[in-house]
Design a protein around this ligand. Structure first.
Ligand code: AMP
Length: 115
């Protein structure tokens, strides 16, 4: 996608420090971290959001989670804990319409999805 910031990062037009890249996904630090560790795991192929997924993407989603898990372990978050978050659409605050999984951790987080 011509105007997609994450496509530009993946293809090297915009600089980011890659933490991982393979045939399917790229991972890099979030430019505006909300926790000490804040990584984005992004499919190399442009998919706007969870809304555009279908069953053919199940393997990709599993791979995104396993890459995020490996990075969580790399950053010593296994015991302290972490969140994996995919914001979808306006009410969730999605600001970049290229699917991405946030890995956040490194300090206690102030809210929970538990009620
Ligand atoms: P979301 O709000 O879930 O769509 O998350 C988009 C994330 O992308 C935000 O946390 C931004 O800080 C991050 N972001 C936007 N532009 C860049 C960039 N050029 N490099 C790294 N992270 C970025």
């Amino acid at each position: 996608m011509d105007n997609c910031i994450f496509c530009k990062i993946i293809n090297g037009q915009v600089q980011a420090e890659f933490l991982h890249q393979d045939d399917e996904v790229t991972a890099f630090f979030d430019a505006r971290p909300i926790t000490p560790i804040h990584v984005l795991v992004v499919p190399n192929k442009h998919i706007a959001s969870v809304n555009q997924l279908d069953t053919s993407n199940e393997g990709l989603l599993g791979h995104m989670i396993m890459v995020a898990r490996a990075l969580a372990f790399h950053f010593h978050l296994k015991e302290s804990g972490y969140r994996l978050v995919i914001n979808t659409g306006p009410d969730a605050g999605q600001s970049v319409y290229h699917l991405h999984l946030h890995l956040i951790g490194g300090e206690p987080m102030p809210f929970s999805v538990k009620k």
